[in-house]
Design a protein around this ligand. Structure first.
Ligand code: HEM
Length: 169
């Protein structure tokens, strides 16, 4: 699991950039005939290079329980993986083939991490606050589009992981 996590973090972005192996998520998105407002917002957010930093600052400040979950986390790797996950969630929302499996895997890995369903709403709030700070074209309507798109994956993750109570650790 650790090996997979490290490989996924290091190789996947490189493969995406180089275009090796399967068609990358970025290529899949650019091949779709219609541009999507959430996808465009994601790329605007990423422009200054600090979007994911802002997200984790906001998310970890939501509760001590959340901050404690990340006490031993290598954030260089974690931030790369989250950036990739956001792309996967956008692709899943757009019904791209092969994306459901990754979202389900994330749901199972978060069950193992004992992530309670109520923490996902704080995750989504932190994401939307980060979008508000980094997307110069942010509007409340755009936020609703983001929430709708992300909730599709979050619901899938929660059902793939099965319902559980907060671990309190
Ligand atoms: C839809 C929302 C979320 C996404 C897309 C996401 C994404 C990820 C990804 C990609 C990883 C790397 C491990 C893997 O690939 O399985 C990870 C790890 C982790 N996530 Fe999430 N996550 C989400 C929600 C949450 C929430 C709500 C929490 C609550 C605290 C959380 C806590 C963690 C922790 C503790 C780790 C392990 C960090 C470590 O390796 O030390 N995640 N997450």
């Amino acid at each position: 699991m650790l090996l997979w996590t490290v490989l996924r973090a290091t190789i996947s972005p490189l493969c995406d950039a180089a275009g090796y192996g399967q068609v990358s998520l970025q290529e899949q998105l650019s091949m779709t005939d219609q541009s999507n407002e959430v996808t465009e917002s994601f790329y605007r957010c990423r422009r200054d290079g600090h979007f994911v930093d802002t997200f984790y600052d906001l998310f970890l400040s939501k509760s001590t329980e959340i901050a404690q979950k990340f006490l031993r986390t290598d954030f260089r790797i974690q931030k790369l993986m989250l950036r990739q996950s956001l792309l996967e969630m956008i692709c899943f929302d757009r019904g791209m083939p092969g994306t459901r499996e990754e979202i389900e895997r994330l749901g199972r890995s978060h069950k193992e991490l004992r992530i309670a369903p109520d923490m996902y709403s704080m995750w989504l709030d932190a994401l939307c606050e980060a979008i508000r700070k980094h997307d110069p074209d942010y509007t409340p309507e755009l936020e609703q589009l983001w929430r709708h798109a992300m909730l599709k994956s979050i619901n899938e993750m929660i059902s793939a992981g099965g319902s559980q109570e907060s671990s309190g650790c």
